[in-house]
Write a protein that binds this ligand. Structure first.
Ligand code: UDX
Length: 450
C-alpha cells in the first residue's frame, strides 16, 4: 500500500459545543492534531484550560488527556483552521423561532468563514444535523470558491450522557461523499475519512458510503424512528390508563420480540432535549418544502402524543392532591431532559414543574447537575440542592428525570420528610413495591391504579 491510512492528520473542528468539543477531543485521542474553533471566547478559553462548560460523564478526563498530549488546542479565530486537511463543521441547528424549520444561520456562517481559509485538496465535513439538500448546496459554494476542495457529510449519532463512548465507538459510520452525489472533485473523501477514523474502521464498525441526501436523511430518519418508538409506547400508556392495563408489562412483553426490541420503549413523560423534538419538526418542515409532507404527517401525531404526556402528568398530580394544586407543596426530582446530563433544552420535567407552579402549586425542583442551568433560564422556579430539601413537607413527590440517585432513594427514610407519602413516577423508574410497602401511594403514567 502506498499510503499509510493510520497517518495522523491535521484537523479543525468548527463549533465546540456539545458535539464539537467531544468530537475534537476524541479525534485527538485517535492520534490526530486538532484545533477546535469556537467563536465564544470564554468557552474556547475554558476548554483550553481543561474545564468542561457542560456535564458529560468521562469527557473532562478525555479533554485533559488530549490537551496534555499536546495534540489538542482551541482558538476563536477561524484563521487557526488554516492548513488542516479536514475541517469538521459541528455547529448547532436549533429550531427557528416560531417555526418548525431548522435555523441554518450557524452552519451557513461557519461554512462561509471557513471558505475564507480553505485550501485546495482540503475536505470540509459536515456533522451538524441539517435538512436534506443542505450538503449539496454547501458543496457548490465550496467548489465555486475553492477549486480543488471538497465537502462530505458525516452525521453523528451521539447521545448525551454517552457522548465519549458513542464518538469513539459508534455503532456505524455514515459518509455522504461527493463522488456519489454528482459532484466532481479530486479529493477522495472516503479515503480521507477512513484515515480520520482509521481506528474505528479497524474495529470493524459498519460503514455506509452514500450520497449527500441519504447521509443527511439517515440522521433525521433515525431520530424520527426513536421518537416514534417512544410515542408509540406512550400512546399504549394512554390506552392502558383507559383500560386498567399496565404499560410496563406490555413493553416487557412486546420487547421480547427481537423484531421490536425493549430499548426506547420506556413509557413516561416522553422525549425532550436539543435533538429529537426539533429534528422531527425540521424533518416535517423540509418534507413540506419538498412537496412530500403527507409522508411525515404521522410525526405530527408523534409530537402530539409526546406533549400530551406532560399535560397528563400535571393532571395526575392534581388528582392525587385531592383535585386542587392551589398551595400544595410539590417536590420535583429531576430537571435535566434525561439523566447524566445537565441539558435542560425542552426538558419535560421543567415543563411539568412550570405548569404546576402556574396552577398554584408551591414547587421545589432539584437535580444533581442541571440546577445552575435551571437558575439561569427558569429563575421563577425554586431550586434546592437535595431531594430531601425538595420533599420537606411535600404533599406529593414527582420523579421526572430518572437519575440513579433518585431511583435508589430509600422510600422509608425519605418518607419521613414529606407531609403525605404520595409519589408520582413520571419515568416508570422506581421500585413500585418498595415504595408501596413503605406506605407511599404510588402513581405512574400508564400503570394500573391510575
Ligand atoms: C438523541 C439520539 O438518541 C442520538 O442518537 C442523536 O444523536 C441525538 O438525539 P439524546 O437527545 O442525547 O440523543 O437523548 P436520548 O437518549 O435519545 O433520549 C431522548 C429523550 O427520550 C429523553 O428525554 C429521554 O428521557 C426520552 N426517552 C428515551 C423516553 O422517554 N423513553 C425511552 O424509552 C427512551
Amino acid at each position: 500500500m502506498a499510503e499509510n491510512s493510520d497517518a495522523p492528520l491535521k484537523l479543525s473542528v468548527i463549533g465546540c459545543g456539545y458535539l464539537g468539543a467531544v468530537h475534537a477531543a476524541s479525534m485527538a485521542e485517535l492520534g490526530h492534531e486538532v484545533v477546535g474553533i469556537e467563536v465564544d471566547v470564554a468557552k474556547a478559553e475554558s476548554l483550553a484550560a481543561g474545564r468542561v462548560p457542560f456535564f458529560e460523564p468521562g469527557f473532562e478526563e478525555l479533554l485533559r488527556r488530549s490537551l496534555d498530549s499536546g495534540r489538542l488546542s482551541f482558538a476563536s479565530d477561524m484563521a487557526d483552521a488554516r492548513g488542516a486537511a479536514v475541517h469538521f463543521v459541528c455547529v448547532g441547528t436549533p429550531q427557528r423561532r416560531g417555526e418548525y424549520a431548522a435555523d441554518l444561520t450557524y452552519v451557513e456562517a461557519a461554512t462561509a468563514s471557513l471558505i475564507e481559509v480553505l485550501g485546495p485538496g482540503e475536505l470540509v465535513v459536515g456533522k451538524s444535523t441539517v435538512p436534506v439538500g443542505t450538503a449539496a448546496r454547501l458543496a457548490e459554494q465550496v467548489a465555486a470558491r475553492v477549486p480543488g476542495a471538497a465537502l462530505a457529510w458525516n452525521p453523528e449519532f451521539l447521545r448525551e450522557g454517552f457522548a465519549v463512548a458513542d464518538t469513539l465507538h459508534p455503532d456505524r459510520l455514515v459518509y455522504g461523499v461527493p463522488s456519489l452525489s454528482g459532484a466532481d472533485t479530486a479529493v477522495d473523501a472516503e479515503k480521507v475519512l477512513d484515515t480520520v477514523y482509521a481506528r474505528i474502521v479497524a474495529d470493524g464498525t459498519p460503514k455506509v458510503v452514500t450520497d449527500y441526501a441519504t447521509a443527511e436523511m439517515v440522521k433525521t430518519a433515525a431520530n424520527s424512528f426513536l421518537a416514534t418508538k417512544i410515542s408509540f409506547i406512550n400512546a399504549m400508556a394512554e390506552l392502558c390508563e383507559a383500560t386498567g392495563a399496565d404499560v410496563k408489562q406490555l413493553a416487557d412483553a412486546i420487547g421480547h420480540d427481537d423484531r421490536i426490541g425493549r430499548k426506547f420503549l420506556n413509557a413516561g413523560l416522553g422525549f425532550g432535549g436539543g435533538c429529537l423534538p426539533k429534528d422531527i419538526r425540521a424533518f416535517m418542515a423540509r418534507a413540506g418544502e419538498l412537496g412530500a409532507d403527507q409522508a411525515l404527517t404521522f410525526l405530527r401525531e408523534v409530537d402530539n402524543i409526546n406533549m400530551r404526556r406532560r399535560i397528563r402528568m400535571v393532571e395526575l398530580a392534581r388528582q392525587v392532591c385531592d383535585d386542587s394544586l392551589l398551595g400544595k407543596r410539590i417536590a420535583v426530582l429531576g430537571a435535566a431532559f434525561k439523566p447524566d446530563s445537565d441539558d435542560i433544552r425542552d426538558s419535560p420535567a421543567l415543563n411539568v414543574a412550570a405548569q404546576l407552579q402556574l396552577q398554584g402549586a408551591n414547587v421545589r425542583v432539584t437535580d444533581p447537575q442541571a440546577l445552575p442551568n435551571v437558575r439561569r433560564h427558569w429563575s421563577q422556579l425554586d431550586c434546592v440542592d437535595t431531594p430531601e430539601e425538595a420533599a420537606e413537607g411535600a404533599d406529593a413527590v414527582l420523579l421526572l428525570t430518572e437519575w440513579k440517585q433518585y431511583r435508589e432513594l430509600d422510600p422509608g427514610s425519605f418518607g419521613k420528610v414529606v407531609r403525605t407519602r404520595r409519589v408520582l413516577d413520571g419515568r416508570n423508574a422506581l421500585d413500585r413495591e418498595a415504595w408501596e410497602s413503605a406506605g407511599w401511594t404510588y402513581r405512574a403514567l400508564g400503570r394500573r391504579n391510575v
